[in-house]
Write a protein that binds this ligand. Sequence first.
Ligand code: FHN
Length: 455
Amino acid sequence: MKKVTLGLLALSCLGGIASADAPKDAAEQVTTSARQPARKVPYIPAPENLQAREKFADDAFGVFIHWGIYSMFGQGEWYLQNCGMPATEYAKAADGFYPSKFDAAEWVAAIKDAGAKYITITTRHHDGFSMFKTKESPYNIVEATPFGRDIIGELADECRKQGIGLNLYYSHIDWTRDDYPTGRTGQKTGKDPQKEDWAGYYKFMNNQLTELLTNYGPVGAIWFDGLWDHDQDSIPFDWQLEEQYDLIHKLQPATLVANNHHCEPIEGEDIQLFERDLPGENKAGLSGQAVSQLSLETCQTMNGSWGYRAIDQNYKDTPTLIRLLVGAAGKGANLLLNVGPQPSGEIPAKAREHLKEMGQWLRANGETVYGTRRGDFPAQEWGTSTRKGNKLFVHVFDSSNPTIHVPTPRKVKSAKEFATGKKVKFTRDKKRGGVTLTLGQVPDTIDYIVELITD
Ligand code: FHN
């Protein structure tokens, strides 16, 4: 195991773990820092990378897919760790994995119809099972299951065909391989501690990343997860991120490096991630980090789980999901909304229903979300705002007040209802700055949008 000895970069972060509603012991949260060494060579993003960051921000909405052999147990993606069974027994599920209803074309069509512009899928989660064809381990969907198909390959082809982006989730943790130096999770899966070999494991990861970045065409982002597994080590654990990030940028300069380490960004990363909270907020316990200038993304579950959990039918309703998306846009962040497909390969019906409804709403109102940047002011009691050029879209979630104060520092030239084009009365608020909008009685809607033209 390689330990950091020099040049530590203290970064504030919230460690912690977990399946969204994992048992309490697994969801323990720790405040600590990433404590990774400073880069030896400063990171200068390539022009195509900078362009990709802007495109990423324009896209605003992606769908996250947590899918693996864990779906067969119907108990979420942390089942191997949470149930305490040996990894050798868990691995037997692979022999029965035959998602007969998996259809990449259907997935992509449904996700595209929802208005999402990209998919982020788990290529290998903490259980160590690779959902793609890999020469690096036989524990993969093509070799270890009767299904024998490379679902990442099929998805990549289909995304290209239907014109949406593909980002790849990759776990830094492995609860099955002996060479992964065990951290604070996956301690009961029967790994042999004598065989820990960080150098070997690091090489394995980089070889797999090389496969992912050479075999599937353009990859929008590599989305790491798991760095927090070693956040309680007495000697800081060096994940050797500089070399790994550089490898990614060398193979595909436009690929964005993202890391869900629950810390402030580390040099070499291209976007900043938040989990189950909007930037700057921390209701779920993993966020609250300072918000950087990078493009932002917040991931959220549609029910309470990432991987398929049969018992969890507690789906957020469509208005909540839409407000989540708009709320994220108001803070300049994309929403990465998760679905956990069933073992059959189907996206649960309820999730599909909500995606469909989000798509309907976005077809009418997408102009106020896609291609926008954060609004002029923090979220207000009544809602939020997004900006595109000289247009400020005021999103009113709570229209119970006939007037609202919009604290924009810019001069407002006109105001109209986005849906109808009908003029909206506005007056300058000399005392507080900004303007007061007279909404009067507005229809009870998910998001009443007023378009302001400003200087
Ligand atoms: O442990 C994972 C969890 O299973 C899931 O993948 C989420 C998604 O953001 N990330 C980790 C917890 O932070």
